[in-house]
Structure formats: C-alpha cells, structure tokens
Write a new protein. Structure first.
Length: 133
C-alpha cells in the first residue's frame, strides 16, 4: 500500500510556483503589518485593538510559513482561505473608515489572487484524494 501511495502522489499535480511565491509575498506583508501594529500600540493597555491585529498577524504568519515550508496543498488551502477571510474583513473595515482607494486596491492585489489560489489548491486536494481512493 505504501508503494502505491507514493506512486500516486508522484503522479498528482504539483502546487503552482505562483502560489508559493504569492504565499511568501503574503508572509512579507503580514510581517510588515504585524510589526506596524505592535510598534504603534500602547503596551500598557491590553484591550488596545492594535494588540489583537498584531497578534492575529503573528499567528497567521506562523500558519502561512509552516504551510509554505511543508508545501502541502491542504495546509496551503487552509492558510490561503484564512488570509482571504481576514483580508475581506480588513477590506470592509477600510471601506467603513472611508479609505476607498486603499480598500479597492485590496481587490486586485489581495482578494483575487488569494481566492484564485485557494480555488486552485482546493482542486489539487480533490485530485490528490481521488488518486488515493
């Protein structure tokens, strides 16, 4: 069974390079924004929202980097879906703050690549599951 599994995994579709590169780009963005929120926060006030956003970005960074290092399609799908949900929420918050140009720049630079990447990774995981059954 182990030999058959390895043969099927070698025949399965690999993760496209652009997904890996965009994942590392997202990791750099998360590092930048996470550091920005920690630097601008008030360390004496635990309820400061900047601590939540900074901490959220550190957790997302850990998940994203682990998924990129493992290059596992299921794990990368989960990381891309997590980033997509978080960035959709950030886009709505940016729109509500009245920063329309910034919010609209989310769509081509963040939302579309993350959605297409998640969709591609979902299809790869389905192909891998079909190859194993």
């Amino acid at each position: 069974r182990d030999v058959l599994w390895r043969k099927r995994m070698n025949e399965s579709r690999t993760i496209p390079r652009w997904i890996i590169f965009y994942g590392y780009f997202q990791a750099l963005l998360v590092i930048g924004f996470g550091a920005m929120f920690f630097i601008n926060s008030n360390p004496t006030v635990v309820s400061d929202p900047s601590w939540f956003v900074g901490g959220r970005n550190v957790a997302i960074l850990a998940i994203l980097l682990l998924a990129l290092i493992r290059k596992d399609a299921k794990f990368l799908f989960a990381a891309y879906l997590l980033r997509l949900i978080v960035d959709l929420g950030d886009m709505v918050n940016t729109l509500l703050a009245g920063e329309f140009v910034t919010a609209l720049s989310f769509i081509p630079l963040v939302i579309i690549p993350l959605a297409y990447g998640a969709w591609t990774l979902w299809n790869i995981t389905k192909e891998e599951e079909a190859a194993l059954s």
